[in-house]
Write a protein that binds this ligand. Structure first.
Ligand SMILES: NC(=O)c1ccc[n+]([C@@H]2O[C@H](COP(=O)([O-])OP(=O)(O)OC[C@H]3O[C@@H](n4cnc5c(N)ncnc54)[C@H](OP(=O)(O)O)[C@@H]3O)[C@@H](O)[C@H]2O)c1
Length: 336
């Protein structure tokens, strides 16, 4: 017997003909998918993919109707898995959540135990969603660069799309770890906030998207890029010999036009980041580190809280590229 009430609130996106109807509806427990762990969701967040999941041309939603929300945090109200006890504060994100299975924009959710990350002391459900999928991907990027040898004394590190979720959290993690971080942004008015987050220097989006030579002066000891498009080629042609860029996104476009010269003349590496399918063991280890040595500076400060009935605006804004920090989605019993 379920510990979830027979009905509760959820934000639903439903494709009708060639448009998507979005809004808060009453959702039936019986319509939730099976799973070992039942969660009272306290917080979710708005990620780029969530915006796409609610657009007719987004090519993300795999079921219809869909409760979007690729991440969630809350309290376990029932569990048949002994390693995840009732009352535990947990996070779940990625895999099929909010894509081919209902996600975090609901007061309750049911998920497989193998997707659940119990949070260690020191990271609240709210803080975990202030990090969210975007911040987790930022942490994954930093770890990938450090596993390849990057250290604070290696030289300046570039973060693109710095006002957004992945970029902003990467900046905050790197700054807290003692790196000299340079931020790329398309938003002049975000510069003071990015400096506050720890940026030592700023580049404008125009500087990094202008056409350039196949190889330019060696500048960056590493880079975190969630923008792609015309930005990633700039990063590749300005990385130092042997340096790497962790590439996770395409907020600026999916096509990649580059030459092979950064790879064959400077040994530069392009490291692909996929947070969605990261195995649960590594995922739990990385969340433990996000509570400790990878904890971002100013965690939970650069967020805007919204309720389920206020989601349309942020979902549209994130796809339009106007994110400033992260949006936290407050669910039924959000209290910490
Ligand atoms: N691989 C994974 O596992 C994974 C996980 C999470 C996210 N992602 C992907 O990473 C990307 C960013 O996600 P996010 O949540 O950080 O999104 P976000 O909060 O919207 O941030 C993206 C940032 O990119 C910059 N940007 C937007 N449009 C641009 C354009 N046309 N040209 C250049 N820069 C542009 C903007 O920053 P500025 O204005 O400051 O330049 C924007 O704030 C998305 O493509 C998302 O799907 C992938």
């Amino acid at each position: 017997m379920s510990a979830i009430p027979a009905s509760f609130r959820a934000y639903v996106a439903e494709k009708v003909d060639d448009r998507v109807e979005r809004g808060v509806r009453t959702f039936a427990e019986a319509d939730l998918p099976p799973g070992e762990v039942e969660i009272r969701v306290a917080w979710s967040s708005v990620n780029y993919k969530d915006g796409l999941a609610t657009r007719a041309d987004g090519r993300v939603a795999r079921i219809n109707p869909l409760v979007p929300g690729i991440d969630l945090a809350g309290e376990v109200v029932s569990s048949t898995d002994r390693s995840i006890p009732r009352g535990a504060t947990v996070v779940a994100h990625g895999y099929e959540l909010g894509v081919s299975r209902h996600g975090g924009y609901a007061d309750y959710q049911r998920v497989p135990a193998g997707w659940v990350v119990p949070l260690v002391a020191g990271l609240s459900a709210r803080e975990a969603m202030a990090i969210g999928t975007a911040g987790f991907t930022a942490a994954m990027s930093v770890v990938a660069l450090e596993d390849r040898g990057l250290q604070p004394d290696s030289g300046p590190v570039l973060v693109t799309g710095a006002s957004g979720g992945v970029g902003g959290t990467a900046l905050a993690i790197l700054a807290a770890r003692g790196y000299e971080v340079w931020a790329v942004t398309g938003k002049d008015d975000e510069v003071p906030r990015l400096r506050q987050l720890g940026a030592s220097g700023i580049l404008t989006r125009d500087e990094v998207t202008a056409p350039g030579r196949p190889l330019e002066s060696e500048r960056w000891a590493g880079a975190v890029d969630a923008v792609g498009g015309a930005t990633l080629p700039y990063v590749l042609r300005t990385l130092r010999t042997g340096a790497a860029v962790a590439s996770s996104g395409n907020a600026g476009g999916a096509a990649l036009e580059t030459t092979v010269f950064p790879f064959i003349l400077r040994g530069v590496a392009l490291l692909g980041m996929d947070s969605v399918n990261m195995p649960i063991g590594r995922r739990r280890e990385l969340w433990d580190r996000l509570a400790t040595d990878l904890r971002p500076a100013e965690l939970g400060v650069h967020v805007t809280e919204v309720g389920l009935d206020e989601l349309d605006g942020p979902l549209d804004a994130i796809v339009a590229g106007s994110a400033r920090g992260r949006w936290l989605v407050r669910l039924g019993r959000a209290d910490g």
